[in-house]
Design a protein around this ligand. Sequence first.
Ligand SMILES: NC(=O)c1ccc[n+]([C@@H]2O[C@H](COP(=O)([O-])OP(=O)(O)OC[C@H]3O[C@@H](n4cnc5c(N)ncnc54)[C@H](OP(=O)(O)O)[C@@H]3O)[C@@H](O)[C@H]2O)c1
Length: 150
Amino acid sequence: MSNFHVDRLIDLIIHNEVTPAVNQVETHPFCQQSQSAKFMQENNVQIESWGPFAEGRNDLFQNEVLVSIAGKYKRSVAQVVLRWLIQREVVVIPKSVHKERIIENFNVFDFELSQADMEQIATLDTKQSVFFSHNDPEIVKWIGTRKLDI
Ligand SMILES: NC(=O)c1ccc[n+]([C@@H]2O[C@H](COP(=O)([O-])OP(=O)(O)OC[C@H]3O[C@@H](n4cnc5c(N)ncnc54)[C@H](OP(=O)(O)O)[C@@H]3O)[C@@H](O)[C@H]2O)c1
C-alpha cells in the first residue's frame, strides 16, 4: 500500500482477508510517523519510508543537528538519516540519479547511531508533512483524478 494512514489502513485490514505487507508513507526527520509506525508494527504491516531525505526540503542536508551527528561518525547527512530510519526498523528506499550517491546510500550497514543521537534526531519531528496532507480530501481527490504520463 502507499499513503494509507492509520484510519484507512485499519479499515482495509478488518474488511479484507489479506493484511497488506508493506505501507509506504512519507517518513523522514521532519515527519517521523512515530505513532503510525507503532500502529503498523502492532498490525503486522511493515512501514516503508518515501521521501527519506524530505527531497531536500527544510534544508535537510544542511540541518545543524544532522550535520553535527554526521561529523561525529565521519558520515554524510544522507547516511545518518538512512541509518536512523533503519535503526527504527523503517524500510527505506532512497532515490538518487548519481552513481556515487547511490553507492554512498548503500554504505550504511557498518556503523550504528547511539541512543543519544537517535533521541536528538527525534527532536526534529514537526509531525507534519513537508509536502501535503494525504488526510485532506481535496488532496486525495487531486491525486486520485489527475492524469499520469505512464
Ligand atoms: N508513494 C508515494 O506517494 C511516494 C511519493 C514520493 C516518493 N516516493 C518514492 O520514494 C523514493 C524516494 O523518495 P524521493 O525521491 O521522493 O525523495 P528523497 O529520497 O527524500 O530525496 C531524493 C533527493 O535527494 C537527493 N539525494 C539522494 N541521495 C543523496 C545523497 N547521498 N546526498 C545528497 N543528496 C542526495 C537526490 O538528488 P539526486 O537524485 O540529484 O542525487 C534527490 O534530489 C522514490 O523511490 C520515490 O518513487 C513515493
